[in-house]
Design a binder for this molecule. Structure first.
Ligand code: SF4
Length: 345
């Protein structure tokens, strides 16, 4: 049977030392061991933070992305000199490919402007391309052992509940207020452990939906009586459904027609060539799946096309040998489509 939520006694801001100790004692007992928690080297920490921004730990770690990326690009120099194709290939499957390019830009800027050494100052970190307030605060605490106002989605949720604050956590003023609280509460002796503990508490105890307050190490500092109703967010942006029509076409030599993207979103990635719905009229549909990207829900439909079928080859379309397929960086929805289609054709 559920135990009732323990009663609020005192604000964490009025009892910082005890609050920090309760949190770090708990983390000492249950904290998970991730490779980026075992190092103070800023480069692997930066790679982990960039990967984890929009991807779950289970994917980054369980599917080997983090380890493989660091094997391929073990330091700033190797990353800075990476060409587009090998960089995107190492990132394939993680999505949001802009992160990989920004990571390379950061490496180049550190080599060019800082003699290859990460600046240990938050303002200088923020001046680097691709480094925002979250990543700068993470590097300050995890790599350089300095207190910082580190706030991710987990920490925001904890703050909203701790302070029983119904303001939308994605409003700029609230984000700023949470950064100030995070800095004020941060343990100056072990800022890394403090922030790891906060994030882990948000992942495991003060989780979305119904938190496990009965097991919470900081429940006596928590003012919230109905935590399952918090946090609040600004009204969600409407999701727009769109259709994508692609063709699968193979020539007599067994090559597949692919398209090399030059647009903004997936620049440098490969995919099946897209056509209009009218151009696909009369072709047989061989695959259909949906995927989500930003505020779109895309319905991808793939049609079987004969090389002799009348269609206009577009700039960027290329006949590609099948054995190159595994070397090329492919957008994940198209990799999935091709894996399925190639079992049948
Ligand atoms: S789990 Fe969250 S809501 Fe529950 S007591 Fe802890 S901080 Fe408060």
């Amino acid at each position: 049977m559920d135990r009732p939520k323990p009663r609020f006694k005192v604000s964490p801001l009025a009892a910082k030392t005890k609050f920090r100790k309760a949190l770090s004692d708990w983390f000492g007992q249950v904290g998970k061991d991730y490779p980026w928690r075992r190092t103070r080297e800023p480069y692997p920490i930066l790679v982990s933070e960039m990967m984890l921004q929009q991807t779950q730990i289970a994917t980054v770690l369980g599917k080997g992305y983090y380890t493989r990326f660091l094997e391929k690009f073990p330091d700033l120099e190797s990353l800075a000199s990476a060409d587009d194709e090998s960089l995107l290939k190492a990132w394939e499957g993680l999505g949001y490919y802009r992160r990989a390019r920004m990571l390379r830009e950061t490496a180049r800027a550190i080599l060019t402007n800082h003699d290859g050494k990460f600046p240990q100052d938050e303002r200088a970190l923020l001046d680097l391309p691709g480094i925002g307030p979250y990543t700068a605060a993470a590097l300050m605490a995890f790599a350089f052992g300095k207190p910082s106002g580190l706030v991710d989605g987990n920490v925001s949720r904890i703050f909203a509940r701790l302070m029983a604050d119904a303001s939308p956590i994605d409003e700029q003023a609230v984000i700023q207020k949470h950064r100030e609280w995070a800095l004020e509460l941060c343990d100056p002796i072990s800022p890394d452990i403090h922030h790891h503990a906060m994030m882990e508490l948000g992942q495991t105890i003060c989780r979305p939906g119904r938190p496990a307050c009965e097991w919470c190490p900081i429940s006596s500092y928590c003012e919230c009586q109905e935590p399952e109703k918090l946090p609040n967010k600004k009204p969600a942006v409407a999701i727009t459904g769109i259709d994508e029509y692609a063709i699968f076409c193979r020539d007599s030599a067994g090559r597949i027609l692919l398209h090399h993207e030059s647009g903004k979103r997936r620049n440098g990635l490969w995919k099946l060539p897209l056509r209009s719905s009218t151009e696909c009229l009369g072709l047989g549909k061989i695959y259909e799946a949906t995927y989500a990207i930003t505020r779109y829900r895309v319905s991808l439909k793939v049609y079987l096309s004969d090389p002799d079928h009348l269609f206009v080859a577009m700039l960027g379309d290329e006949w590609t040998d099948l054995d190159r397929l595994n070397e090329l960086p492919l957008a994940a929805p198209f990799r999935k489509a091709l894996n399925t289609i190639l079992c049948d054709f």
